[in-house]
Design a protein around this ligand. Structure first.
Ligand code: PXG
Length: 298
C-alpha cells in the first residue's frame, strides 16, 4: 500500500508524521472519508467542498489548491491499483511546538491520503439490520464548535460508539441538548412513516452527510417520496415504521432495534430495502473516473 504524505507516496511502514504535528498533539485538523466504486470516486467534489469548508472554519489553509488535492486523491487510488476503495483524506495543522498557537506551525499544513480496500459491514449485518442505542453523549449545540466541521476531534463520537459496542449494538444515536435526535457516531439517520421520510435538519447539529444528500435526492426523484428535514425525538424513532442510516462507509443500512425495541418488525423494511438498491445502483454508475481521466490527460 502506498500512502500519500505531503506530495510523496510512501510505503505503509514509512508513512509517518512528526510527533509535533498539531494533528497529533491537539486533533488540530480536518478529514474526509470518501469511497470509490468500480473505478469511480463517488461525490468527490462534494467531499472536497466539505473539506474546504471545514478547513476554513478552523482557520486552516489547505496546503494545496482543491484542484491539486483532487488530482492527488485520484492518483492515490491509481498508484494502489484500486477499483473499489475507501479513501481517507486528512489535513493536519502541521509541525509546531507544544503550545496551542497555530502560528508556531511553520510551513504548510500536512496532507495525508490513504487509499485502502474497503471493509464493509458483512452482508449478514446489512440484511438483518443494525442495532442502535441512544447515547448519553450529547451532540454539540449551536453555541459550540459546529458538528458540521469534520475535524480530527472525534472523541465524543468514539465514546458514543464504544457505549454502543459495550451494549451489544453497532451504532449510537446522539441527541442534542434539547433532546432531539441529531445523528449517529459516523452516520446520518432517517425515519420512515408510511410514504413520509424525515431526517434531522442541519441546525439540529449534524454533519451534512454527502450520502444523506444523495439519498434525499434519490428518494424524491426515484421513489417520489416526501422527504422532510425536521426535528424529532427518540419517541418518534421507537415508533417509526422503519429507520435507516446513511454514510460513506455504511451506504444505506436498515435499523433492527433501538435500545432493545424492535423497529417495525425488527428487520430492514421495504422502503429501506428499495433505498439500499437505489443507492447501490447510483453509487456504481456515477462518480469521477479514476483511470479514464488519467488517459484523457495524456
Ligand atoms: N455523521 C458523522 C458524525 C460522520 O462522521 C456521517 C454522518 C456520514 O457522512 P457521509 O458524508 O459519509 O455520508 C459521518 C461520516 C467510517 C467513518 O469509517 C465515517 C465517518 C467518519 C469516520 C469514520 O464509517 N464519517
Amino acid at each position: 500500500m502506498k500512502i500519500y504524505i505531503d506530495g510523496e507516496f510512501r510505503e505503509k511502514e514509512d508513512a509517518k508524521i512528526s510527533v509535533f504535528d498539531h494533528g497529533v498533539l491537539y486533533g488540530d485538523g480536518v478529514f474526509e472519508g470518501i469511497r470509490a466504486y468500480n473505478g469511480r470516486v463517488l461525490a468527490l467534489d462534494e467531499h472536497l467542498s466539505r473539506l474546504r469548508e471545514s478547513a476554513e472554519a478552523i482557520f486552516l489553509t489547505l496546503p494545496l489548491p482543491i484542484k491539486k488535492i483532487r488530482e492527488a486523491v485520484l492518483e492515490s487510488v491509481r498508484v494502489n491499483g484500486l477499483k473499489d476503495a475507501y479513501i481517507r483524506l486528512v489535513v493536519t495543522r502541521g509541525v509546531g511546538d507544544l503550545g496551542l498557537d497555530m502560528r508556531k506551525c511553520r510551513g504548510r499544513a500536512g496532507l495525508i491520503i490513504i487509499a485502502d480496500k474497503i471493509q464493509l459491514y458483512p452482508e449478514s449485518v446489512t440484511s438483518k439490520g443494525v442495532d442502535l442505542i441512544i447515547s448519553s453523549v450529547r451532540q454539540r449545540g449551536a453555541d459550540q464548535l459546529s458538528p458540521a466541521i469534520k475535524s480530527l476531534n472525534y472523541l465524543a463520537n468514539i465514546v458514543a460508539r464504544e457505549q454502543a459496542t459495550r451494549a451489544g449494538a453497532q451504532e449510537a444515536v446522539l441527541l442534542n441538548r434539547e433532546g432531539y435526535v441529531t445523528e449517529c457516531s459516523g452516520d446520518n439517520i432517517f425515519c420512515v412513516y408510511g410514504d413520509e421520510i424525515f431526517t434531522p435538519p442541519l441546525h439540529a447539529g449534524i454533519l451534512g452527510g454527502v450520502t444523506r444528500r444523495l439519498v434525499i435526492n434519490l428518494c424524491r426523484q426515484k421513489l417520489g417520496a416526501e422527504v422532510s428535514e425536521r426535528l424529532f425525538t427518540p419517541f418518534d424513532l421507537y415508533r417509526a415504521h422503519e429507520v435507516f442510516l446513511t454514510g460513506t462507509g455504511a451506504e444505506v443500512i436498515g435499523v433492527a432495534k433501538i435500545d432493545g425495541r424492535p423497529i417495525g418488525d425488527g428487520q430492514p423494511g421495504p422502503t429501506t430495502r428499495k433505498i439500499v438498491d437505489l443507492f447501490r445502483d447510483y453509487a456504481r454508475n456515477n462518480g469521477v473516473p479514476v483511470y479514464e481521466e488519467a488517459k484523457a490527460a495524456k
